[in-house]
Design a protein around this ligand. Structure first.
Ligand SMILES: N[C@@H](CCC(=O)N[C@@H](CS)C(=O)NCC(=O)O)C(=O)O
Length: 219
């Protein structure tokens, strides 16, 4: 059985959502981010991203990590794409062209969406949206997101999903990266097809199950 390392309050949410979609069994090792612990190096500290035992799995000291037999993967979207390709059925590619499109949307998610979206979440989470400096930083991130969002809006105005007109791992990967920006409601509302697609992704029972498990973890 594969093993997933990483608490649900991390990018481990991505493979967890997918494995819930597939009803796939996995062992879960809840490694936590070291920066969330008061003393990550204490001998009795919870297994964390700087623990020697975890660094054996991912020397980069980041979660998630995924081990399946001899294969170790340490990038969340490589994990989701691998699972989708090998066990995902219709959530994975049916043809090489679909694989290429899944790659395309996944790369757009990590190169054009994740960075500014995460920055928005971090600023809003720290209350920065109440200060002029924070609002200025959010406006810069929003401007960076408008180009990929316009690209996405054009596609979703004509299609129900990103690839093959069915929910695939491409939707999951992109929805997870864009989720960080949803605190910026007026930005998302500029793109109604994207807004409706994101809401539909989040209404899926497997996403809801992942989200409930995530909220059950200590903040
Ligand atoms: N590109 C990596 C990023 C992994 C990453 O940054 N993980 C965070 C948690 S979401 C982490 O482990 N942070 C702890 C640290 O960097 O020390 C992926 O998508 O898996």
């Amino acid at each position: 059985m594969p093993t997933l390392y990483g608490v649900f309050r991390s990018r481990a949410s991505r493979p967890v959502w997918l494995m819930y979609e597939l009803d796939m069994a996995f062992d879960h090792v809840p490694v936590i981010q070291a920066y969330r612990l008061p003393q990550a190096s204490a001998p009795d500290a919870q297994l964390n991203t700087t623990s020697a035992a975890f660094l054996q799995v991912n020397p980069q000291g980041q979660i998630p990590a995924y081990v399946e037999g001899d294969l170790t993967l340490t990038e969340s979207l490589a994990i989701t794409n691998h699972i989708a390709r090998t066990r995902g059925g219709d959530l994975g590619p049916r043809t090489p062209a679909e694989q290429a499109l899944i790659d395309q949307w996944t790369l757009l998610a990590v190169t054009a969406v994740e960075g500014p979206a995460l920055e928005i979440q971090n600023i809003v989470g720290a209350g920065g949206d109440q200060t002029p400096e924070g609002q200025g930083a959010i406006a810069i991130c929003a401007e960076k997101l408008r180009r990929p969002l316009k690209r996405l809006e054009t596609h979703l105005a004509a299609h129900s999903h990103l690839v093959g007109d069915r929910f695939t791992v491409a939707d999951l990967n992109l929805a997870e990266c864009l989720r960080y920006a949803q605190g910026h409601r007026t930005l998302i509302a500029e793109f109604p097809a994207v807004q409706a697609w994101l809401a539909a992704c989040h209404a899926r029972p497997a996403f809801q199950r992942m989200w409930t498990a995530r909220l059950a973890e200590p903040a």
